[in-house]
Design a protein around this ligand. Sequence first.
Ligand code: FES
Length: 95
Amino acid sequence: MPIVTLEPNQITLEVPFDTLLFDAACRAGLPVASSCSAEAVCGKCVMKVMQGAQNLSVPSDHEMKLLRRDSRGANERISCMARVQGDCSVTTGYW
Ligand code: FES
């Protein structure tokens, strides 16, 4: 199973293939910003991918729209849409 590392505290956890980044962080007990209950509307759950971007699901058109709307960087993903398909490392500005 893929391993997700949550920086900066280097919390690691094994998750089933295709687990949402959002769910992985919640499972680790970390807070994830949200005002849409992970319904892919608010964009607040964004996470910065430190390593393993290629091991996340390809962004959908809808995710790309949210990232563009909020002027997000190329290494950022909407965590309630990005699925873990291999080892990766992510962070937020508030962990
Ligand atoms: S929680 Fe709102 S877009 Fe992910």
